[in-house]
Design a protein around this ligand. Structure first.
Ligand SMILES: Cc1ncc(COP(=O)(O)O)c(C=O)c1O
Length: 398
């Protein structure tokens, strides 16, 4: 049965009068999440107290939900675990990946990567010393920079600003051929498009759940370690819940079995309850149906905006196969234009210096949303209603 996207949309709370095109930044509230979190608070925390760790299965949530995310990203069962923030998971994956390549010192990444990933790599290199260094090249130059000098190739598959998508299968194969370990950041891929980590033979992957996977603000990240590495990697962030026997309280660290060793500390149970409600919706979604629908929505938006707004320049790749599930346009006054749009109920976001970003999330974005957003954007551009001081005041979060 093809995925019923009208049915998935009905399972989200979407505020009246809002066209939400920012699920690539923060997904909306699954209707069932409020009740699920309330039940976790009152029935589990409230009634069970500390017994909830066993009786409500809290301790297993990070791997149980990890497997449900695993289906969406082509991961083998038992190879994904949730916890911590994405920046932390980037660090953890990088540190383990570097240890798998002890003779090499270079982390290769690109200038389109999300800054936090680059900052984490810089911090790790500084801690390790001994000539470890991060090398960044332009996204289009990554393939030719994969050499025998490189220890780890760290890339975000879909560029957070433009939506440009790397060819994960090809780059991973090139890396393998040179003995380079891969770390893929799936922040803008998980729940956005089909990913097949196992088929690509990726080594590590990380991603967040508060964007396309709708776990709510501050929802935990996930990490994937290929089964062939799981009992070899040595976690640098060796917290007690990654220990082989946390409740033995040994004085020395012994890594847990398989993916369990990538856990660090106490999991965020309330946030995992919200994620569970979202994954109930994802269980009914076929990723190839999702991709078809995502491409249709993005193409319709590009065509509509280009026809109606000649002053906006497409910043995303024109070819659908080279894009994720977002569309970006450039304009020197992009910030003010986005604020004017938000004031009229069309929510996207802005990324410096000049990018207007719009996320297309088939689970709840409708054709009417696309048409409505194009019409309001066209009217704002034609009337220059964005050109007002209140739209130029920069908020802390853009
Ligand atoms: C590609 C990418 N990597 C890393 C991060 C950082 O995630 P976190 O704030 O959860 O550490 C983000 C946040 O949006 C991101 O988009």
């Amino acid at each position: 049965m093809p995925t019923d996207f009208a049915a998935t949309r009905a399972r989200f709370h979407l505020p009246q009068g809002v066209i939400y095109l920012d699920g690539n930044s923060l997904g909306p509230l699954p209707r069932a999440a409020a009740a699920r979190v309330a039940a976790c608070v009152t029935d589990e925390w409230g009634e069970m107290l500390i017994r909830g760790w066993n009786a409500a299965g809290w301790m297993d949530q990070p791997t149980r939900l990890g497997d449900r995310i695993g289906r969406l990203i082509g991961a083998e069962p038992g190879s994904v675990v949730l916890g911590d923030t994405l920046s932390i998971k980037v660090y953890q994956a990088l540190a383990s990946a570097l240890e798998l390549s002890p003779q090499r010192r270079v982390i290769l990444s690109d200038t389109g990567n999300f800054p936090s990933d680059l900052y984490m790599a810089e911090g790790l290199c500084r801690t390790l010393g001994a000539e470890y260094r991060l090398v960044t090249v332009a996204p289009e130059d990554v393939a030719q920079a994969i050499t025998e000098e490189v220890a780890v190739l760290m890339l975000t598959e879909v560029d957070y600003r433009t939506g440009r998508k790397h060819d994960m299968a090809t780059l991973t194969a090139m890396a393998r051929a040179q003995g380079v370990i891969t770390v893929w950041d799936l922040a803008h891929s998980a729940g956005a498009l089909p990913v097949d980590l196992a088929a690509c033979r990726a080594d590590f992957a990380v991603g967040c759940t508060y964007k396309y996977l709708n776990s709510g603000p501050g929802g935990p990240a996930f990490i994937y370690v290929a089964p062939r590495h799981q009992d070899v990697v040595r976690p640098a962030l060796s917290g007690w819940l990654g220990h082989a026997a946390p409740f033995a309280f040994d004085l020395h660290y012994r890594p847990g079995a398989g993916i369990e060793r990538m856990r660090v500390g106490t999991p965020p149970i309330l946030q995992l309850a919200a994620l569970e409600a979202s994954l109930d919706i994802w269980d009914d979604v076929d990723m190839h149906d999702l991709r078809t629908r995502s491409v249709d929505l993005c193409e319709a938006f590009i065509a509509g905006v280009e026809a109606a707004c000649p002053d906006l320049t497409l910043a995303s790749p024109r070819e659908a196969a080279a894009r994720g599930s977002q569309v970006s346009f450039r304009h020197a006054e992009g910030y003010a234009i986005m604020q004017a749009l938000i004031a009229q109920g069309v929510i996207g976001d802005f990324r410096a210096p000049d990018i207007l970003r719009f996320g297309f999330t088939p689970l709840y974005t409708s054709d009417a949303d696309v048409q409505g957003a194009v019409a309001i954007l066209a009217q704002i551009m034609a009337s220059r209603s964005w050109d007002q001081p209140q739209f130029r005041t920069r908020a802390r979060v853009t």
